[in-house]
Design a protein. Sequence first.
Length: 400
Amino acid sequence: MKSLKHLLSCVALAALASACGTKQATDYSEYSQDTLDYLGIKDVNYLSAASKRALERGYYKNAEWFGRFSVENLTGDFAYEKGVIRRDPSKVLKIDGRYYTWYTKSIGPGHGFETGDPDKKVFPWDKSEVWYASSADGYHWKEEGLAVGLGPTGSYDDRSVFTPEVMAHDGKYYLVYQTVKAPYLLRTYNQIGMAVADNPHGPWTKLAKPILSPSSETGEWKGEKDDRFAVVSQGEWDSHKVHDPTLMYYKDKFYLYYKGERKGEKITMGGREIRWGVAIADNIEGPYVKSKYNPITQSGHELAIWHYDGGIAMVSGHDGPEKETIQWAKDGINFEIMAVVNEVPPALGLVESLDTEKHPTEALRWGLSHKYVRTPGKSWLESDNYITRFTFSPIQKKRI
Ligand code: AAL
């Protein structure tokens, strides 16, 4: 009787501890000898903080998700061209045996925000449009022309349309992309637009309104100076910009993954405060409803996202405590870190025709990314950008 009472009070205490958010002591003796050996742990009674982390976070799992990125230059119209910006390639679609990608294109360098001339290009991706190119082999690319241009003066996309992502669905093509309305100031809100076509060559018809906007009603700028760090209150994690849209057809719905930037952005132990969320719609053209679980990441300047094993996998690029990781969520929302990888190339565009179920990272076998060409002594804003090809090689059994 005593032991039953004791057990019940332990259960009650454990429930209380978890309800109060108190961390319960981990029983490390539950780990198998194989696991301890894998992590080089000699005695489970003498665990350093690092050994405890390794056990708790499962550093003995998921080696099949690890690999290395490398990058090479392309030929044809994707070879570096002085004074031209080609960047942020979309996914690569294979249509009638040819590869297609959509990307940000503009001419000339950015000049920053202090020129005093509101018409001067600020960022490399300012005053940009969405162009597209095709290739027979994925190495030699031919620029096909403009896909989505600027909207008329006064519209939500009259200053720049950029960083596109593409999806083919039910015989139609959908582009989602970032939009900026003039003037382009540091505090300007950025939105996400969508255009639809029956054919990869267009013509593209834009939806009348953006499909996603920042939570700009939250937070408050401080003062009149165009300073995005000065705030009375920060607002929600996506109160300033919604960026880098990626559309996925998942569980009979449309999942629009996007990056948020916040009014009064701060620095974290992993760099810039950057997070991702998802907005879900029953119909591809929307309305897109932001998930209550947002933000669903605490990192990732750019994410490349693919279907794997009934869930959603992603690789997170720079920025944030979980930068340069590959993650997987069995429900598309609750992501777990599967591997820590090296220098993820910027702006990965994945190849849709790869058989992503073949291996956890088959989706990353090759794809597109971009590079900066910086003139010595000049700011990164003034650099040219060009599109490159990346390869991801899973763990090398043979090492030197
Ligand atoms: C990129 C993307 C978005 C940002 C800028 C252009 O790497 O994250 O597109 O707005 O940088």
